[in-house]
Design a binder for this molecule. Structure first.
Ligand code: NAI
Length: 475
């Protein structure tokens, strides 16, 4: 078979949510896109749906009618796999099933040119396993887009054991030409994003299970204090608790039940109850019409109690004998005993973020008057205060420490570089900072202390620190 110009013709297999988005993206960059789906008419219907969405973009002045027409003309629904012969790159976005994917690629290999690149958009299946059925597995690579593919910036370029480095580099460069931010990852469960993001949900769920705070309180601390775009509970309700729980479960299974990835019984109960989130009208929140919007409580503050000097939550200070320090994972009562003084522990505040809300815990001997003075001063600086029970690592600090820990572990295992882990989390799930760079900013010693203290207080091996983090903290 002749060598193909893959720069011109691309094939997309599977015309569902992801396939049509990828087809739109490729066509918008001038490629001819052959779109194939096993269901008769699915590709034509997907193209008709896209046409409607583009019409609405034209109406809103976001795109010209000529551009929309040209883009659609480049997308060509085809009925048979054999019609994909001229494609130089095939991106598969069919059902998430190893056997079905292997069957499609084994057939496809006989149809396309020998230098055609075969890519899979799988989100959870090993690229190595899919490639195993190929005569030339070196040309198979993962090209993991995020939903919606035309909008979300990140593409994880996933190499299986056999993937040729130049094949991975070719699709990496192509993703860049399509305006995406690409990262390299080795084929391991969850790749980068779906693995490193687990603690974002898991820590929130654990705090919820332990009744530390309500979903609305925890979400408010993560968004207004941590600077995350969405809180974990609002996000789980948006993704769907069934989908989010299934991803957690699949990562947990894939890591041989490593406790770091243990799914949450509380979330399972929501799924059992059919409280799937927005799509079912109820999840952690109630989406019924007329349901009162959840409100995060703020401690009332008396302006008369504002202290003359501002308080920097990242710097320790002493106010009327009470030690005010940022969390290192210990309980306030433990630190108070060690220091022989009352202690107020502050949660992590993202200094680049809005810094509008800060959680805190106190040892039992802190005078109420001091709490009133500190919270009045912080609220005078624009930071609302949320009292929390005396709990290890509080909310934002423990979550960020666990995200960073997973990032360091992925780097240690050669899944990706430090900077690709950070990039993936910033562009794949819109985190305000990459977890590793964030940990470096907090101080690796403190992050390690948070994990070690959580580990020793809970006795739960999920909090064991990554050797990668421990060694980096010694540098
Ligand atoms: P979908 O269910 O919307 O679409 C799948 C399409 O593939 C359907 O139209 C189906 O008829 C077709 N199909 C099934 N078997 C086929 C075969 N043998 N040959 C040709 N077409 C076939 O699924 P979705 O959500 O688009 O996911 C597709 C792939 O992308 C999966 O591997 C999924 O894990 C992955 N993915 C999904 C994301 C998402 O948010 N939905 C994000 C990133 C990856």
């Amino acid at each position: 078979m002749p060598a193909t110009d893959w720069k011109r013709t691309i094939a997309v297999i599977g015309a569902g949510t992801m396939g049509v988005g990828i087809a739109q993206l490729a066509a918008s960059h001038g490629h001819i896109v052959l779109l194939h789906d096993v269901a008769p008419d699915a590709a034509c219907k997907a193209k008709a749906g896209l046409s409607q969405r583009l019409d609405s973009r034209v109406e809103r002045g976001k795109m010209t009618a000529d551009d929309a027409k040209a883009l659609l003309d480049r997308i060509r629904p085809v009925a048979d796999l054999a019609d994909l012969a001229e494609a130089g790159l095939v991106i598969e976005a069919i059902v998430e099933d190893l056997t079905v994917k292997q069957k499609v690629f084994a057939e496809l290999e006989k149809i396309v040119a020998t230098d055609a690149i075969l890519a899979t958009n799988t989100s959870s299946i090993s690229v190595t396993s899919i490639a195993r059925v190929l005569a030339a597995p070196g040309r198979m690579v993962g090209m993991h887009f995020f939903n919606p593919a035309p909008v979300m910036k990140l593409v994880e370029v996933v190499s299986g054991r056999a993937t040729a480095p130049e094949v991975a580099q070719t699709v990496f460069d192509l993703a860049g030409n399509w305006g995406k931010v690409a990262v390299h990852a080795q084929s391991t469960p969850g790749f980068i994003v779906n693995r490193v993001a687990r603690p974002f949900y898991a820590e929130a769920l654990r705090l919820f299970e332990e009744k530390v705070a309500t979903p609305v309180m925890l979400d408010a601390l993560m968004t207004e204090g941590g600077g995350f775009r969405m809180g974990p509970f609002a996000l789980m309700d948006l993704i769907g608790n069934d989908v989010n729980y299934a991803v957690s479960q699949s990562v947990f299974e894939a890591f041989y039940h490593d406790p770091r990835f243990r799914p949450s019984l509380a979330q399972m109960e929501l799924v059992n109850a059919g409280h799937l989130g927005r799509k079912s009208g109820r999840g952690f929140y109630d989406y019924a019409k007329g349901a009162p919007p959840p409100v995060a409580q703020t401690l009332p503050a008396d302006p008369a109690l504002v202290q003359p000097a501002p308080i920097d939550p990242g710097q320790p200070c002493v106010i009327e004998g009470t030690h005010i320090i940022q969390s290192d994972g210990r309980l306030a009562r433990e630190i108070a005993r060690d220091r022989g003084a009352p202690v107020m522990v502050l949660d992590l505040l993202n200094s680049d973020g809005p810094a509008q809300r800060l959680g805190f815990a106190i040892s039992p001997d802190v005078p109420q008057d001091v709490v009133a003075r500190v919270t009045a001063t912080l609220q005078g600086q624009g930071t609302a205060c949320t009292p929390l029970p005396d709990w290890p690592g509080l909310v934002v600090m423990r979550t960020v420490a666990m995200l960073a820990n997973e990032g360091f572990e992925a780097v240690l295992q050669g899944v990706a570089s430090e900077s690709d882990v950070d990039t993936a989390m910033r562009f794949g799930v819109n985190y305000p900072n990459g977890p590793i760079e964030w940990a470096r900013e907090i101080g690796l010693g403190r992050v390690l202390a948070v994990l070690d203290n959580l580990h020793s207080l809970t006795g739960d091996p999920r909090y064991r620190a990554s050797l990668g983090l421990r060694m980096a903290a010694m540098e």
